[in-house]
Each structure stands twice: as C-alpha cells, then as structure tokens.
Design a protein around this ligand. Structure first.
Ligand code: RIB
Ligand code: CA
Length: 260
C-alpha cells in the first residue's frame, strides 16, 4: 500500500498527542508533511509547543511544526460543561513532564503553509484535522483552489448521538461551528470520525499498565499524560469509564481504513 501524505492539524491536547505519536510510529503507512496547530484544548501557544514536545519525544526534531489560529471566528458562548484544560490539564498534556521544546517552530503560519503545500504538491494530499477546523476553513476561504489538491479530509469531530460538551455538541465542532460549516460545505471528500466511534477507544487502568510495562521514554510519557485523562461529564457520556482516545482514531483509519 502506498504511503498516505498528510498534513496533521491538531490541538495537543492529550489524545492529539497520542495520535501524533501513532502517526510518527507508522512511517510505512503515513508520510507527515507537516504538523499545524490550532487553539482548542488549550491556547495555540501551548498546542504548538506541545506538538514540538511530542515530536522531540519521538525523535523527530526534523518535523515541521506550524502555529495556526489563536482564536475562533466568533467569540464562543460560555462552555456549558467544561473547557479544554479541565480535561487536558493546564499544560494541555496532563501530568506529562516533558521539558520545553528545543526544535524550532516554523516561521510561516499554519494557514499559509497549508495553502502553499497543497498548491505546490504534484499529487493530492490528505488533511487530518483533530481539533477545531479553524485553520482549514481559513485556508479554504483564503484560497479556494486548494480544494482540488485535497484527496480527502479525515477528521475527528461531531457525533451521530450524544455530544460531549453538551447533549447536542461535540467539542471540536462546538468550539468553531462556523469553520465546520465551511469545511462540510466545501465538497471535499470527508471521513468524519465522531464520538459514536471514538467512545469505543477508552483508556483503562489495565491498558495503562500494559503501556507502562513497555518501559520506554515514550511509554512513560504516555502514561504520565493519560493517567490524568478522565471523562469530563458522567451525565453526558454514560458508560464512559476512561479517557476517550478520540484523535488516534483518525490515524488508525489512515493506517487501516477497512478496520479489519
Ligand atoms: O470531542 C473530542 C475532541 O475535542 C478531541 O479532538 C479532543 O482532543 C478535543 O479537541
Ligand atoms: Ca483534538
């Protein structure tokens, strides 16, 4: 199977961090052209620094990481149940003790990078957003021609059932509904991986113990991160007992779309 070239747009954030690690651990399936970051689980200053921390943890100081939008199009209504740092901690990476990043942040902004990379690519590229869709929507609005250079968008967001930030809303779409509208009306092929799918992938004490037993710097960092990752609202997410690993499902789909 040929590698899938992706731009990963994310808001690390604990589950984004695991998704990024999984993508970097799958070089035979995924070629990450660049990592763009956006405000969401925490500020974009934290999401861009956390993305670099995770790349360094994985030995990928060569990865291009870009800073994207620092706010949503419109000021968001007060959250009905929780904000990102309630779930991901003040640093955005829970109890993780990774040092500040030393690899550079790219000077180009994320939206310009997305536009330039797509327009200049000789082949179509897959976008893999795991946060709010603000960067992607800005790129579509600024340069609509990029739509012809996108093979598909595989995104984490939405739900066909209960939401998680409110009964009717999933966090990524709630945080930036206007951007979600721009993306879903773009006619670009979309694979939407919503809460009805992602709630099937939760952490558990037993699972964390198997990760800890791997006894590597990456496994220890993952345990430090996910030990603090809990379900934010029992009322909204009945039956959810662990931290839901939403975003790694985007990467798992790219690795094995059939899921068999
Ligand atoms: O609703 C889950 C989504 O919101 C995930 O992408 C999580 O990282 C948060 O961004
Ligand atoms: Ca996310």
């Amino acid at each position: 199977m040929t590698k899938t070239q992706i731009i990963m747009d994310c808001d690390p954030g604990l589950d984004d961090a695991v998704a990024l690690l999984l993508a970097m651990a799958s070089p035979e399936d995924i070629d990450i052209l660049g990592v763009t970051t956006v405000v969401g689980n925490c500020s974009v200053e934290l999401t861009q620094a956390n993305a670099r921390r995770i790349c360094e943890l994985a030995g990928r100081k060569d990865m291009k990481v870009f800073r994207g939008c620092s706010r949503t199009f419109f000021s968001r209504v007060a959250p009905s149940t929780y904000v990102g740092t309630d779930v991901h901690g003040e640093t955005g990476l829970g109890g993780c003790k990774l040092p500040p990043p030393t690899m550079p942040l790219q000077s180009e902004d994320a939206v310009s990078y997305i536009i330039k990379t797509l327009l200049e690519s000789p082949t179509k590229i897959t976008l893999a957003p795991t946060g709010s869709l603000t960067n992607i929507a800005c790129a579509f609005i600024m340069e609509p021609r990029i739509k012809e250079k996108i093979d598909k968008i595989v995104l984490m967001g939405g739900s066909i059932g209960l939401g998680n930030i409110s009964p009717a809303a999933e966090y990524n779409f709630y945080y930036e509904p206007q951007a979600a509208y721009v993306v879903f009306t773009s006619n670009v092929p979309i694979v939407m991986i919503g809460l009805d799918v992602t709630r099937q992938t939760q952490t558990s004490e037993a699972w964390l113990q198997t990760v800890e037993a791997m006894n590597t710097p990456v496994s220890q960092a993952v345990v430090d991160m996910l030990s603090h990752y809990y379900r934010p609202n029992a009322f909204l997410e009945p039956g959810v007992t662990g931290g839901v690993l939403h975003d790694p499902n985007v990467i798992a789909y790219l690795i094995n779309p059939s899921g068999d």
